[in-house]
Design a protein around this ligand. Structure first.
Ligand SMILES: [Cu+2]
Length: 213
């Protein structure tokens, strides 16, 4: 005994069966074609809860960011921390490069004491009376590159001359503004041997002396 409901299935021809299977296969293929290109992206950007635990996630390309506010916040924080890490790495590598240069330039000279190619602007330098440049008198050999590091929280300069009214002000060298935490180089290749006072253009009471040998 056959019910009306069963009859269409029983009567299905192999041709119709093939058609049906083909439709299913094509649908799956389309689905796969859509999902597979984004597979890696989905793995890289799991839901928020797991993103928070996952500290070293790669920076998100802005195009794939979801519009959920919290998600953007998390992603931005990730990007910031990644940038910080990059900046830190850059600083380290530049420091390493400087140290490497110092070490190599130290070897040929038999002069006692390390060659002074580093000038530090000490923290608190902007307050008159505080120690400012370290060392106060920097001695270099002509041709040395001086690396000035601003360890203060304010911008400073290293400008040749005794004061802003000195007619020779900034004639020999001038770093221009060095932002807090930044470094600047002074080339001494074109500076004749001699003594050169210098000061900070922002705080003219900050004074030091450069001796080029
Ligand atoms: Cu200054």
């Amino acid at each position: 005994m056959t019910t009306p409901d069963e009859s269409p299935i029983i009567r299905t021809s192999s041709k119709r069966m093939t058609k049906g299977i083909l439709i299913v296969v094509i649908t799956l293929a389309f689905g796969a074609a859509i999902i597979i290109p984004y597979w890696q992206t989905m793995i890289n950007h799991p839901p928020i809860a797991s993103t928070l635990k996952h500290e070293e996630g790669p920076p998100t390309p802005s195009g794939t960011q979801t519009s959920i506010g919290t998600m953007e916040g998390v992603t931005n924080q990730q990007q910031k921390s990644t940038e910080k890490t990059n900046a830190a790495t850059d600083n380290q590598s530049s420091t390493a490069a400087t140290e490497g240069k110092d070490a190599t330039s130290a070897q040929p000279s038999n002069v006692a004491g390390p060659p002074g190619t580093s000038l530090t602007i000490l923290e608190g330098s902007s307050v008159q009376g505080n120690p400012d440049f370290d060392p106060d008198t920097l001695t270099v050999k002509k041709g040395d590159k001086i690396t000035v590091t601003n360890k203060d929280t304010l911008p400073h300069t290293v400008t040749s001359g005794a004061s802003p009214t000195d007619p020779n002000s900034a004639k020999q060298f001038d770093t221009s503004i060095i932002e807090a935490g930044a470094t600047a180089d002074i080339e001494t290749t074109n500076i004749a041997a001699g003594n050169y006072p210098f000061y900070c253009a922002v705080h003219p009471y900050m004074m030091g002396k450069l001796v080029v040998q």
